[in-house]
Write a protein that binds this ligand. Sequence first.
Ligand code: SAH
Length: 378
Amino acid sequence: MTTLPMIPISPDGTIGGAGSRRAAMPPRHLADLDLAGRQALVAELGEPGFRAKQISTHYFGRLVRDPAQMTDLPAATRERLADALLPRLLTPVREMSCDDGATRKALWRLHDGSLVESVLMGYQDRVTVCISSQAGCGMACPFCATGQAGLTRNLSTAEILDQAVYLAGVAASGAVAGSPARLSHVVFMGMGEPLANYARVVAAVRRLCAPAPEGLGLSQRHITVSTVGLVPAMRRLAEEDLSVTLALSLHAPDDELRDELVPVNQRWKVAEVLDAAWAYASRTGRRVSIEYAMIRDVNDQPWRADLLGRLLAGRLAHVNLIPLNPTPGSRWDASPKPVEREFVRRLRAAGVSTTVRDTRGQEIDGACGQLAATEVER
Ligand code: SAH
C-alpha cells in the first residue's frame, strides 16, 4: 500500500467530519430524554406528569414501540404524546437470520434515508445485541466494509437506543430458541465509531443501564464500547463513572502497520492509545478488551504476537482475536488456523489472556466489519 487514507480532524477535535456540517438529525424521541426531561415535556403538552412514566413503561419496560398498542392511554392523549415523543425513527427494510435463528440482522432506514444495521446474537446463557452509533463511519479502516463508504452522520441517542429496544422485543417474544428471553448484553460494535459521537453514545449507555421505566435496566458491566482509539475521548470516558467494558481495536502492535490498518493511528500512536487504555483500566477496574483481526500475512507474524505480548503482559487486558471476515473487494483473507493457533500460543506464553472470537453472522454479512447497509438483494 502506498497512500494512506487521512482522517479529517477539525481544530475542536471533532473526528471524521461529523460535526463539520449540519447533518439531518431526526425528530426528538422520549429515549433522547431522561425521565425528568420527559416529565417536563409532558407537562408542557398540558398532560399530567404521570403520563411520562406510563409511556416510558410501555417503551422501556414492555418494549412496546408502537403508540397504537398503548391502549391504556385515551386516544387524544395518545396521539398528542406520540407526536411529541414517539416519532418513528427506524423503518425496517429487511431482517435476515442464520445459525437457526440465533443470529439476526436488522437493516433500517432512518428518517433521512440513511441505512444502518443491528445484530442480535442469542447464546445459551445470554442475549447480546450489536448496535450502530453512526450511519457509515469516518475512520476508513481498509479491512472494514463500513469504513469504505465514509460517514453519513451521527445517530441520535434515541436512534441508537431504538435498535436495542426493538431487538430486546424480538428476544422477549421468544424468537431466539435456546436463549434467555431477556436482553442482557449490548456491544457498540455495529456501524460507526462510538467515541466520535461521544455525547449521544454516553447518553445511550446511561439509558441502557437506568432502571425501567427510565431505561432498559441493563448492567453497566454488560455494555461494551469499542473504539479505534480516539485518545481524548477514551480519557474522557474513564472519568464518566461508568463501569462499561472498553474494547480497543488495535489490530497491529507497531505504528508502521497500524498507520495503515487503523488510519487514526497517524494521529494517536500505539503507545498513546495503550496508555489511555491502561488509564481506563486503572480508573474503572475493568479489563480492557484488545481487538485484533487476524489478517493473513499482514499482521499475523510470530514476531508481532511476541511484540503484542510484551506490550500487554502484566496489564488488565484480554485479547480477542477475530478471524478476518470477508468484505467486498478486499484483497485480504483470514489467517490460516495453524498461524492463528501459534499467535494465540505466543500471547498466552507471554501471560496474556487470549481468546478467538466466533464469527457469528458471516452468511448474512452481519459479522464484525461486514455491516455496510446496502439494499442490494442477494
Ligand atoms: N469503530 C469501532 C466500533 C466498530 S467494532 C471500532 O472500530 O472499534 C467492529 C470491530 O470489528 C472492530 O474491532 C473492527 O476493527 C472489527 N472489524 C472490522 N472489519 C473487520 C473484518 N473484516 N473482520 C473482522 N473484524 C473486523
